[in-house]
Design a protein around this ligand. Structure first.
Ligand code: ADP
Ligand code: ASP
Ligand code: MG
Length: 600
């Protein structure tokens, strides 16, 4: 006999018939011998309607009262669901977040789970009841009702699966799984049989709305297998699992679009330690979430730092950036309110050579200019003009033939392994931090130093479509492995492109670039170290970058390049700085020296 958590999203409980259908599904699992915990979202568009209602009275509504209001949507659903299960002849009991002791911090409308008591749920399960829990909500230490952020019922479900040590968490929704991209935007998108936690984390935070990204952080941290599937059929859906169980076919697994982003560039930033930290410290203090961060190689003592924020945050971010620019002695700021981010994600993309080239080439051929590029180990993101966003997504999907099955469907009946928790050091690093550690705290698992790479910078690359493709075409055919790629926005006619390669391939790489851009200027820097911080919750905890940059600034370490992802933050420094930097980062993130016993 196992334990199963089943989560039903808004459309899956939108009317009485659907509630009854969901109840039947839970009952089937119950009769098959499983203990069943059901997590339900608010029905249909209830949450949106409640938010609109609040705004008719007060805009923006006070956060505490908004939580009081929007948490009612889920309360309606659990009551109806419990009635439905009982009406079908099986004992059931509904609970609110407060009733099961789901305790969060006090950040209304975006609270994080600190702990969940299991006694009441286990008691009810032991007495033969199906347990129905309201998603999305909890209470803080003072019993104020809190909510977890839009889409947060997924996070409730996976968190419950974690504390109850469930065999799996089933997410029932209006699509029959996780697709290569949003099927509503790209109809030829294909359902995936399996995807790794890291890939899903990247995709979810890069725009794939099918799962709340914090739920995947839980799943990864506690090793919970997730099965995303349709409420309206019995077809196998998509398993979200550990890397070892995930599919390894193809280099690119999926792609995603964030339509409404805005870019801010701080110009003429003095190239000295601590400056980047000061900029992002101020932005974090204003509670603005930064997405892409790109820093150019410094020229003549100054550099440019670009970052993107949600379009809605632009006005506030501009104010903060403007003040910060003055404070750090930068020349000024520049911005673009109309950009979109297109990303490709895949476990099989550990080196970017051919993948980057193919993407850049396809975009160039369609006349789409790339404004900024960032990469991490398993993703490449490019910033394009918003009017080209959807087209760029379609092109990315087509370029990697994502509509074609990659041969992993033979394992459709796959049964996941329940993983041991990979978590190691546990730290509370940001504004959500509290005295006692909570379930959703940031977990930093490792800091690493890599001194095997060199950096190639192409200066004054013409800022026209297809230029990066041109460079990477040569790089790719020279057989050079590319790790980080960074391209900052071009002001005027030119842009700068930097990337790192194994030091042994520096000469080939530089020659390849000169073939591609005969009049280009190429700068090779092999006094390079890459420092990486790896963990779970890297991006949703906005304080990680601040802490990393701060620790380096305290040691007077200058940062030459930055790249970010859901699971990793990389910076490039010189080699000396790398060696002293690794020690101070271990300290900053409370990780033991290599060879020492772990403190936790
Ligand atoms: P629920 O209410 O069940 O939580 P959501 O609306 O939050 O459902 O999530 C399901 C929707 O996510 C789908 O209808 C689909 O349009 C969208 N979506 C975005 N990206 C993807 C993707 N890669 N795969 C599947 N669905 C996606
Ligand atoms: N009802 C909440 C929302 O609409 C939570 C959820 O559906 O997951 O955001
Ligand atoms: Mg959802």
């Amino acid at each position: 006999m196992g334990l199963l958590v089943q989560k039903f999203g808004g459309t899956s409980v939108a009317d009485s018939n659907k509630v009854l259908a969901a109840a039947r599904r839970a009952i089937r699992a119950h009769h098959a011998g499983d203990k069943v915990v059901v997590v339900v979202s608010a029905r249909g568009h209830t949450t949106d309607e409640l938010i609109d209602l609040a705004k008719e009275i007060s805009d923006p509504p006070p956060a505490r009262e908004l939580d009081m209001l929007i948490s009612t949507g889920e309360q309606v659903s659990v009551a109806l669901m419990a009635m439905a299960v009982q009406a079908l002849g099986v004992p059931a009991i509904s609970f609110t977040g407060a009733q099961i002791g789901l305790v969060t911090d006090s950040f209304h409308t975006r609270a994080r789970i600190r702990e969940i008591a299991t006694d009441r749920i286990l008691q009810a399960l032991d007495s033969g009841q199906i347990v129905i829990v309201a998603g999305f909500q909890g209470i803080d230490a003072n019993a104020n009702i809190t909510t977890l952020g839009r889409g947060g019922s997924d996070t409730t479900a996976v968190a419950l699966a974690a504390v109850l040590d469930a065999d799996a968490c089933e997410i029932y929704t209006d699509v029959d799984g996780v697709y290569t991209t949003d099927p509503r935007v790209v109809p030829e998108a294909r359902k995936l049989d399996r995807i790794s936690y890291d890939e899903m984390l990247e995709l979810a935070s890069l725009g794939a709305g099918v799962m709340h990204s914090r739920s995947i952080e839980f799943a990864k941290k506690y090793g919970v297998p997730i099965h995303v599937r349709s409420s309206f059929s019995d077809a196998n859906g998509t398993w979200i699992v550990g890397e070892a169980d995930a599919s390894h076919a193809g280099s690119v697994t999926g792609c995603a679009l964030v339509k409404d982003e805005a870019r801010i560039t701080v110009l003429g930033v003095p190239d000295r330690p601590g400056v980047v930290h000061e900029l992002f410290r101020r932005i974090a203090q204003a509670k603005i979430v930064v997405d892409m961060i790109v820093q150019n190689v410094a020229l003549h003592g100054t550099t440019e730092v670009s970052f993107t924020v949600a379009a809605d945050d632009l006005t506030q971010a501009l104010e903060v950036a403007d003040t910060a620019a003055r404070a750090i002695g930068a020349a000024g700021i520049d911005h673009d309110p109309q950009v979109s981010k297109v990303s490709i994600v895949g476990q099989g993309m550990r080196v970017h050579t051919g993948v980057a080239f193919s993407l850049f080439k396809a975009l160039g051929a369609a006349g789409i200019n790339i404004d900024m590029i960032t990469t991490s180990e398993i993703k490449i993101s490019v910033l394009v003009a918003r009017i080209s966003g959807v087209q760029a997504l379609r092109i990315a999907h087509k370029t990697f033939s994502l509509e074609q099955a990659s041969g992993d469907s033979a394992h459709a009946q796959f049964k996941p392994r329940h993983l041991a928790s990979p978590a190691r050091g546990q730290v509370t690093t940001d504004e959500h931090a509290a005295a006692s550690p909570g379930m959703e705290d940031l977990v930093i698992t490792d800091v690493e130093l890599d001194t095997t790479q060199a950096r190639i910078t192409v200066l004054n690359l013409p800022n026209t479509p297809g230029q990066s493709a041109h460079v990477f075409e040569r790089i790719s055919s020279a057989g050079v492995f590319v790790d980080m790629i960074v391209q900052n926005t071009g002001r005027g006619d030119n842009t700068n492109l930097s990337f790192t390669v194994p030091r042994t391939q520096t000469t080939q790489a530089a020659e390849a670039v000169l073939q591609a851009v005969p009049h280009g200027q190429v700068v090779v820097d092999d006094d390079l170290a890459k420092l990486s911080v790896t963990g779970v919750g890297m991006r949703t905890h906005t304080g990680v970058a601040t802490r990393m940059f701060g620790a380096l600034a305290d040691r007077n370490i200058n940062i030459a390049m930055i790249s970010t992802s859901e699971v990793r933050l990389n910076v490039i420094t010189n080699q000396d700085a790398g060696h002293s930097g690794i020690a101070c980062l271990r300290q900053a993130f409370h990780l033991p020296e290599p060879g020492q016993a772990q403190s936790k």
